[in-house]
Design a protein around this ligand. Structure first.
Ligand SMILES: [Zn+2]
Length: 313
């Protein structure tokens, strides 16, 4: 594939490590196919805990976790082959307790939306993605940074093509589609649970499934076959050594089993300027070649062709 044929995908994530647990195999696949993929991390993950029991007392890490997380992110980036940029906001932390404590001053979730949106609009206008991915309106899980990642992504998608919006943040560019990551579904966990049970292996998911709380049903519009990239996904996730227990649930299902029973990563189209015809097998479906996608992304007066949002504004 020639450079001129590269389509561009921007994946917006809340913290370093989210890119490796949500859509990582899809990104590695697109990189291998010759497309340009940019991961945007909204925050530096400064308020994360050390989740790997083998590293909790590591003095080198405790002294400067933000630096360690930047180094981990650089390793994951190299493994996935993606480009990466920090949006530069500060992790809000996951409030715990009853009542919940207030969010810390100056954190990402408390920044004025205009400020965070302009920062992402500037990245959109620089990288010029044809397609963006983010989280759904619930954040995928209720971390304030994940919910804000959704809000800022949708605001930037709406503003980036508008010449009147953020005029000092670059030339207008309208990404043509934005999707929500839907990698974590009940169906996928059930498939793993049943596969392990059939193999007479202990399943770590029985209790999890018992306590599964019903969520808004999601509309999967797009399913990317990427089982050949699960190895790269796992290596990238392990590169975030402070954030993942290598003996934890995530790695309990043997890779061959995952490749057999769930060889895909799922997405939900939220907004699109080209028709969305489920089930798609490509995030770039319907865009044509780079020249026609570029022309569409800079055309005035575009009309939405698809609105799959659960909370239309
Ligand atoms: Zn996160």
């Amino acid at each position: 594939m020639q450079v001129a044929d590269r389509l561009r995908l921007m994946a917006v994530h809340a913290h370093p490590d989210d890119e490796s647990s949500k859509g990582a195999a899809t990104m590695a696949k697109y990189v291998d196919e010759g497309h340009d993929v940019l991961v945007v991390s909204c925050t530096g993950g400064e308020r994360g805990d050390i989740l790997n029991p083998k590293l909790v007392d590591d003095i080198h890490i405790l002294r400067d976790l933000p630096r360690v997380r930047r180094e981990e992110m650089a390793r994951a980036q190299a493994i996935l082959g993606v480009q990466h940029t920090w949006l530069g906001f500060v992790d809000s932390g996951l409030p715990e307790g009853d009542p919940l404590p207030p969010l810390p001053d100056g954190c990402f979730a408390l920044e004025p939306l205009d400020v965070t949106t302009e920062a992402l609009v500037r990245e959109v206008r620089r990288f010029r993605p044809h397609v963006m991915t983010t989280y759904d309106e619930n954040g995928g899980y209720p971390h304030p940074d994940h919910i804000m990642c959704h809000t800022v992504s949708m605001a930037a998608f709406a503003a980036a093509g508008d010449p009147a919006a953020y005029p000092h943040a670059g030339e207008p560019w309208q990404p043509l589609k934005i999707y929500y990551n839907q990698t974590f579904s009940r169906e996928r966990i059930v498939a793993f649970h049943e596969a392990l049970t059939a193999l007479e292996e202990e399943s770590p998911y029985a209790e999890w499934l018992e306590h599964w709380q019903d969520r808004t049903p999601r509309t999967v519009t797009t399913s990317i076959h990427c089982a050949d990239y699960y190895d790269r996904r796992d290596q990238a996730l392990l590169a975030h050594a402070t954030q993942i227990d290598p003996d934890g649930t995530f790695f309990r299902v043997p890779r061959e089993v995952q490749q057999r029973v769930w060889p895909t990563e799922e997405y939900e189209a939220a907004l699109s300027y080209v028709p969305v015809v489920p089930i798609e097998d490509d995030l770039f479906a319907g865009l044509g070649d780079v020249a026609s996608a570029d022309a569409l992304a800079t055309k005035a007066g575009l009309e939405l062709a698809y609105d799959g949002r659960k909370d239309p504004a």
